[in-house]
Every structure is written in structure tokens, then in C-alpha cells.
Design a protein around this ligand. Structure first.
Ligand code: B12
Length: 211
């Protein structure tokens, strides 16, 4: 088994300590953080999500898997900090109010940081007010990213998009939306500038917004 296969397995089985060691080992071997996310973390969470859907995994296993990813990306974040010095642009990111899912959002943050963006992560359950406060406090912001995994949180997401737009008549920042509950069509209806299905594409599209 390659180290990334071992990591994927450790996440799927929900072993945070092991996942942390393997990420450390992978970084030590100079394996790029984008590959760690793309080839181990994303497929592992996808597999656990599928198992959950087919009732082959319970909430405890999902939480253990999510904790394993978190442990891993805490390490990646410390490792990738020098990237921020490139400062391609500033991104504000958060999961919308009512929604506590953060695994996907955190992977988005990693991808953006690896691409040289400064990321201000507002966390989960972020209200419209908090998004607005963050953009007002950050005049250099180039992109606002909103994540939602719950269909029930979509009206709130739309509200945040509309209110961010009203706040920015000159179009200084772009708005990107994503997460399992969002589709390209919904994103368009909400008036977002972009939607992508995964975090790797998200960082690629974001780069096209920076001139
Ligand atoms: C893990 C999980 C949990 C964990 C969350 C742990 C955590 N810290 O995040 C726990 C157990 C706490 C949980 C709770 C709940 N969950 Co839950 N959960 C999941 C599960 C299994 C996996 C989600 C995940 O981490 N996916 C992996 C990541 C990597 O994928 P992702 O988030 O989609 O992100 C990727 C892309 O979407 C994209 N992306 C993400 N954000 C953004 C943002 C932007 C701007 C862009 C461009 C891209 C982007 O990049 C990421 C990487 O490529 C899904 C099932 C599934 N198959 O998705 C259900 C699921 C999301 N949960 C669901 C539900 C209903 C709930 C609960 C209400 C309880 C319940 N009945 O299960 C609560 C809600 C709590 C709350 N208020 O938020 C439903 C949602 C249904 C719906 N459409 O509304 C799902 C789909 C399960 C299901 N089939 O019923 N959950």
C-alpha cells in the first residue's frame, strides 16, 4: 500500500492518531498537500459518506473519520503557512447559518492556501451579519466562499449571497458557493459568480478571478 492509500484507509476506519502520523510522513516525503487532499482525504470522506448513505456506517464512524481529516489538515495548515506569503488574494470562507458541516469547507481552505490565497475562515453556522461584518472589515477581500451541506440551509445561503451583493455595488469581490446541497443551477439562481463540485476546482476557478 502507498502512504496515501494507508492514509485513506486510516481516515475511513476513523483513526485520527494514525491519520496524523501518516500525513506527517507524507509531508516529510515531500508529497504535495494538494495530492494528500485529492488522493486520500477527499476519496476517504466520499467513501464514508457513501457507506453512511447505504447504512454501512454509523454516526460514530463518520465523526471519527471527520476527526481524522481534521487532525491531518491541522498539520497541513502549519506546513503550508509559507504559501500565504505569496498572497495571491484574500478569501473569506464559512459554512452558512444552521449548518455545522465543516469537512468540505476545511478542504476548500487547504486548497486555497496551497494556491497562495490568504484565507479568513469564519467557521460553521455563520450568519448573514457575520459574513457582512467580515467583508467590511477586510477591504482587500477578493472572494467570499459559502458552503452548505443541508438543503434546509439553502434559503439562508441565498439570503447571504443577495446581501453580499447589495453590500458591493462596485463588484470588488466574487461570490462562490458549494457543498453537497448546492448545484450549478441553484448557484446561478442565487446569483453567485461560481459553483464548483470540489475543492480542487474551486481553487482553480478562484485563480481565474484574480487579474
Ligand atoms: C460527516 C457528516 C455529518 C457530520 C459532520 C461532521 C463535520 N465536522 O462536518 C455530522 C454527524 C455532525 C452530521 C450531522 C448532520 N447531518 Co450530515 N452528513 C455527513 C456526511 C456523511 C458527509 C459530509 C462530508 O463531510 N463530506 C465530505 C466532504 C469532503 O464533502 P463536501 O462537504 O461536499 O465538500 C466538498 C465539495 O462539496 C466542495 N465544497 C464544500 N464546500 C464548498 C464551498 C465552496 C464555496 C465551494 C466552491 C466548494 C465547496 O469541496 C469539498 C471537497 O471537494 C453527509 C453525507 C454525504 N454523502 O455527503 C451527511 C449529510 C450532509 N448530513 C445530512 C444531515 C441531514 C445531517 C443532520 C441534520 C443529521 C442527520 N439526520 O444526519 C445533522 C445536521 C447538523 C447541522 N446542523 O449541520 C444530510 C443532508 C441532506 C440534505 N441534502 O439536506 C447528508 C447529505 C446525509 C444524508 N444523505 O441524509 N453530518
Amino acid at each position: 500500500m502507498t502512504i496515501l492509500e494507508e492514509l485513506k484507509h486510516a481516515i475511513e476506519e476513523g483513526h485520527p492518531g494514525e491519520a496524523e502520523n501518516l500525513v506527517e510522513k507524507a509531508l516529510g516525503q515531500r508529497i504535495d498537500s494538494v495530492r494528500i487532499v485529492e488522493e486520500a482525504m477527499m476519496p476517504a470522506m466520499r467513501a464514508v459518506g457513501e457507506d453512511y448513505k447505504n447504512e454501512q456506517a454509523d454516526i460514530l464512524r463518520i465523526l471519527a473519520a471527520a476527526r481524522s481529516v481534521r487532525k491531518g489538515f491541522e498539520l497541513i495548515e502549519t506546513h503550508d503557512r509559507p504559501f500565504e506569503r505569496r498572497n495571491v488574494g484574500t478569501v473569506i470562507l464559512g459554512t452558512v447559518e444552521g449548518d455545522l458541516h465543516d469537512v468540505g469547507k476545511n478542504l476548500v481552505a487547504i486548497m486555497f492556501r496551497s494556491a497562495g490565497f490568504k484565507v479568513i475562515d469564519l467557521g460553521v453556522d455563520v450568519s448573514e451579519k457575520q459574513f457582512l461584518k467580515a467583508v467590511r472589515r477586510t477591504p482587500e477581500v477578493s472572494i467570499v466562499c459559502i458552503s452548505s451541506l443541508l438543503s434546509t440551509a439553502l434559503p439562508e445561503m441565498e439570503q447571504v449571497v443577495k446581501s453580499l451583493r447589495r453590500n458591493d455595488p462596485e463588484g470588488k469581490y466574487k461570490i462562490m458557493v458549494g457543498g453537497g446541497a448546492v448545484t450549478r443551477q441553484l448557484a446561478k439562481q442565487m446569483g453567485a459568480d461560481a459553483y464548483t463540485e470540489n475543492c480542487v476546482e474551486a481553487a482553480e476557478v478562484a485563480k481565474t478571478f484574480i487579474v
